[in-house]
Design a protein around this ligand. Structure first.
Ligand code: GLU
Length: 472
């Protein structure tokens, strides 16, 4: 079966991790079956509409490489179509106008709640006589249109791709609103007409839509259409198994871009929020193109997915290490235009020695800053515990002396050089390797002294070593 799927975000803010996970599953389910992945902007809720959100949606998808097939569909451009369909339901007596005021509905709700009954609309307006209806229409009383839940069927069942067969009795369903008083349709109606017209045959969305899916199936039946297959995604929870919050990393997907996560790491991380490659497989690293081959929506698990930020960091670090230093340099320059101003050869050397420590592209800023200004450190740090003041000084002086004659080509050259300095001066590694490293980096954890010499180059290395001697 070729799946035609759609990502149907409401432009009410910046797409979050959960939204984009759905988009990814939509994309993969379509691509793995040689189908199509469509984009629909559900912009009928004018009160919650945020104009920039449309741009955020496009940017999020494009960052991750989730290209939709064809142009995006905007619901706001299709008003007339929805209104005509509502009229069709009214004409067939499958829907009715409701003139109840907000006050009446509020007090009805309170009343029902008091008596322990479900807060459902009492069909007051279904009982309006034709005369009353005409009067109200003439007086231009504001109204909404409600879908009339039919007597039969008494229950609705569907085979959900994630949760198996779901059955819900129709008596728990209220006559829900399909057209608002401003003549704009609700999600309840608009998405069905669009899914039908766009040929969507698999709807992937959050599990919060499970209870209302029977309503939607009834609308399909009212129009005489087949409903698509459904896959309702599991919740995503924080590591403490509580609802995902900002603290757990439930921020917009573009925040992750800004923090320097690689899109391919993000995809790899997101796909495991609910999906896994099937029993027995321990493979954790998947590229988008690999996923496009093997993804199966039936492998999505209904148990809540756990969002683990540490795992994302680990994965991002792994993807960073798997890039060639040249690729990583290019990515860094794209990430932060300031790096363009750095001498490219110097930047590449820096990337080579720092790559293994990097977990995000953003971290590079702080790491690289140490290379641009003379380090500040406590002079006691220069003397390792297995060394002493005299030998440390001797070690640095000998290094300074030999440096000018050394080849500046490779890191190995410097390793050899430092080895010789230890040997020729009857010193220990603690008298040479440690203080040279501290003198060059100002830190007790950093790349090796040979790497630092190679990155910094002659002039800067000499300057830093001379400073260390002065301090000692
Ligand atoms: N606009 C809805 C939302 O963002 C779409 C749900 C669906 O995929 O049907 O929640």
């Amino acid at each position: 079966m070729k799946y035609i799927t759609r990502f149907a975000p409401s432009p009410t803010g910046n797409p979050h991790v959960g939204n984009i996970r759905t988009a990814l599953f939509d994309y993969l389910a379509a691509k793995a079956t040689k189908g199509s992945f469509l984009l629909r902007i559900e912009d009928t809720d004018r009160e919650r509409f945020v104009p920039e959100a449309v741009d955020y949606i496009h940017q999020s998808l494009s960052w991750l490489g989730l290209k939709s097939d064809g142009e995006a569909v905007y619901q706001s451009a299709r008003l007339k179509i929805y209104q005509d369909k509502v009229q069709e339901l009214l004409d067939k007596d499958l829907a009715y106008k409701c003139f109840c005021s907000k006050e009446r509905l509020d007090s009805l709700r309170l009343e029902l709640e008091k008596t322990g009954k479900p807060p459902m609309y009492d069909r007051c307006c279904l009982a309006l006589s034709d005369d009353d209806l005409v009067k109200k229409e003439k007086a231009k009383e504001p109204f909404v249109v409600r879908f009339k839940i039919p007597e039969s069927p008494v229950e609705i069942s569907w085979k959900d791709k994630v949760r198996g067969t779901v059955t819900i009795p129709t008596k728990v369903l209220e006559d829900f609103i399909i057209l608002k008083s401003d003549s704009w349709p609700t999600y309840n109606l608009a998405h069905i007409i669009d899914d039908h017209e766009m040929g969507i045959n698999l709807v992937i969305r959050g599990e919060e839509f499970v209870p209302s899916t029977p309503k939607y199936i009834l609308i399909y039946q009212a129009f005489g259409w087949d409903h698509p297959e459904y896959a309702h995604m599991p919740l995503t929870l924080g590591k403490d198994h509580k609802k995902l919050s900002k603290r757990h990393g439930d921020t917009s997907i573009l925040d992750y871009k800004e923090k320097g996560y690689l899109p391919e790491a993000m995809i790899n991380f997101l796909v495991f929020l609910g999906w896994n490659p099937g029993e027995g497989s321990t493979k954790e690293i998947y590229s988008l193109s690999e996923l496009k081959q093997i993804f199966n929506i039936n492998d999505v698990n209904k148990a809540p997915a756990i969002f683990d930020l540490e795992r994302l960091d680990w994965m991002n670090g792994l993807y960073i290490r798997n890039l060639s230093p040249l690729e990583l340099t290019d990515r860094l320059v794209l990430f932060n235009q300031d790096y363009k101003k750095i001498d490219r050869a110097f930047l590449e050397r820096l990337v080579i020695v720092e790559q293994s420590r990097l977990k995000t592209l953003a971290e590079f800023k702080e790491i690289s800053q140490a290379y641009f200004s003379l380090p500040e450190y406590d002079k006691n740090m220069l003397v390792f515990k297995k060394s002493n003041h005299k030998d440390t000084k001797k070690g640095i002086e000998a290094t300074l002396e030999k440096l000018s004659n050394n080849e500046w080509e490779t890191i190995e050259n410097f390793e050899e050089l430092l080895g010789h300095i230890v040997h020729d001066n009857e010193l220990t590694n603690a008298d040479v390797f440690w203080p040279v490293r501290v003198a060059l980096s100002g830190k007790d954890k950093s790349p090796s002294p040979a790497e630092l010499l190679w990155v910094l180059g002659k002039e800067e290395s000499v300057r830093r070593l001379e400073k260390a001697i002065k301090i000692l």
